[in-house]
Ligand binder design. Structure first.
Ligand code: SF4
Ligand code: FE
Length: 490
């Protein structure tokens, strides 16, 4: 059955997840003020699925069981499903202005489903059955799963088996009759702590010598030997302060962690790839394709909120009618909708895999993500332009509330702040504070992790897309077209 947001949060408490932060193990990480906003984001994927208004977008009929499931656990059955996925992500971006984390697992489900089918077809293995059984369990229990791909990678000029420390890539250290034992780590794992399970996948195409590194499997988040070290974000300790304005986005945020596998045992039924090295690349390519499409939804939704905040900042300053402000808001909208167009385009051009689920158009998904590595930067540049310097110079929330006398006539710090930071008639300084802090948070505070750097490097750094664009771009075919028209004989 579908979980409510509250049931999801309670379900996290029941896990024995091991989380480390600032050098210590956290006991109650679910209520930790630095972590909770990221849990609220995932909880929103459950809350919206309960809302009849969003039923068509947020839920789907399982292709495996025919039951009603959260779309985040769905295998896309058509181009229409791919489009709905993007729309769902835009909606979540609009509601949270953050990374809501649950897409990574969804993208892993779809990549592993189609890849395991093709491995079994060629190698006579039974990974696809393993995976289907696992996914039915995930769908029926409405679980959040982290798709874990990025290894530490050590010396980038060396293949996995050439590394001095073999743990630079996740690998099998022991093969037993009933399963395997794995070691290694995955870096900057979005939402890993907030997930019930993890699906581990290789991070690059591999050769025969990397056989032990060509491994994919599912594993509970609180498995023996698995632990997480929480990643820092700029301004993160503002979340530890009292008050709710300076933090910019008091309710929602993203989360990244280092996930360590220290001799974790994986039973056979949860293994989806084990030594068939020639399929590592296929799994990576498909997962990356889906996740590059995803950014054409989530970052667009976040962009919607940034554009809205910039427009409010202009209004509060009384400059919303200036033609250059209007023009900047048009440019921001143009850039944001261009990203959305790419997300929709690669979805509409989707086609069925051998296993039957739908794959996005790989070239267009990579073009989508390549644009995502650029446009949010221009959007925040324009937002900062419109907002003005106050965004980064405004005194704290505590100052605005302070009773401490500073003026000759007994004025308090709070009164002085409210006096000098007032602007357009009828707009409270508190509303102005809120919008400035929100923009600071998005442009260069904690949320810039999600909107800027994650746009740059999440789902693969720009160069990874250029490699795929080169591979999918069909320059030979284009040369032929030109030869034909220009009358050049073969
Ligand atoms: Fe989802 Fe976007 Fe976060 Fe990736 S970056 S998990 S697509 S919200
Ligand atoms: Fe991401």
């Amino acid at each position: 059955a579908l979980m409510t947001a509250k049931e999801y949060i309670d379900s996290l408490r029941k896990l024995n997840t091991r989380v480390y932060m600032f050098g210590e193990k956290l006991d109650n990480w679910v209520d930790h003020p630095m972590i909770r906003p990221s849990i609220n984001c995932v909880a929103m994927t459950y809350a919206l699925a309960q809302d009849p208004q969003y039923e068509d977008l947020m839920t789907a009929t399982s292709s495996l069981t025919g039951r009603r499931i959260n779309r985040f656990t769905h295998l896309h059955q058509s181009a229409d499903d791919l489009v709905k996925k993007v729309k769902m992500q835009r909606l979540l971006g609009q509601k949270t202005a953050s990374c809501f984390q649950r897409c990574v697992g969804m993208d892993a489900f779809n990549a592993v489903y189609s890849t395991t089918y093709e491995i079994d077809e060629k190698c006579g293995t039974s990974y696809h059955e393993n995976f289907k059984k696992f996914l039915v369990y995930v769908q029926d229990n409405d679980l959040t799963v982290d798709g874990a791909m990025t290894d530490p990678k050590g010396d980038r000029s060396k293949a996995p088996h050439e590394q001095t420390d073999p743990d630079m890539y996740v690998h099998v250290v022991e093969r037993r009759d009933d399963g395997i034992v794995v070691c290694g780590a995955k870096c900057h794992q979005t939402g890993s702590i907030n997930s019930h399970w993890h699906i581990f996948m290789p991070t690059i195409a591999m050769g025969e010598a990397d056989r032990d590194y060509a491994v994919s499997f599912a594993c509970p988040t609180d498995a023996d030997g698995l632990y997480m070290i929480y990643g820092r974000q700029s301004c993160d300790t503002r979340k530890m302060e009292d008050g709710c304005i300076d933090v910019g986005n008091a309710k929602f945020g993203g989360q990244e962690a280092l996930v360590v596998l220290d001799h974790v045992f994986i039973p056979n039924e949860y293994i989806f790839l084990n030594g068939e090295y020639e399929f590592a690349g296929m799994m990576v390519e498909r997962f990356a394709g889906y996740h590059r499409q995803s950014y054409g939804g989530c970052k667009v939704g976040v962009g919607d909120v940034v554009i809205g905040a910039a427009a409010l900042a202009a209004e509060y300053n009384g400059v919303e009618k200036a033609s250059h402000i209007k023009d900047k808001l048009i440019e921001m909208t143009h850039l944001n909708e261009t990203l959305y167009s790419c997300g929709i385009a690669c979805s509409c051009e989707g086609c069925p895999t051998k296993a039957g689920n739908y794959q996005i158009d790989l070239l267009l998904a990579n073009v989508c993500k390549q644009n995502v590595t650029r446009f949010p930067y221009e959007i925040v540049r324009l937002a900062e332009d419109i907002a003005g310097g106050l965004m980064v110079t405004m005194p704290s929330e505590k100052d605005f509330l302070s009773d401490t006398v500073v003026g000759r006539e007994g004025e308090t710090i709070g009164e002085i702040c409210n006096k000098y930071f007032g602007a357009h008639e009828g707009v409270s300084t508190e509303d102005r504070q809120r919008i400035m802090r929100f923009l600071e948070n998005m442009c260069l505070g904690a949320a810039a992790v999600g909107y800027r750097t994650e746009s740059m490097h999440g789902a693969g750094s720009p160069q990874a897309q250029r490699v795929m664009i080169a591979r999918q771009g069909n320059i030979q075919g284009k040369k032929k077209l030109a030869k034909n028209i220009a009358g050049i004989k073969e």
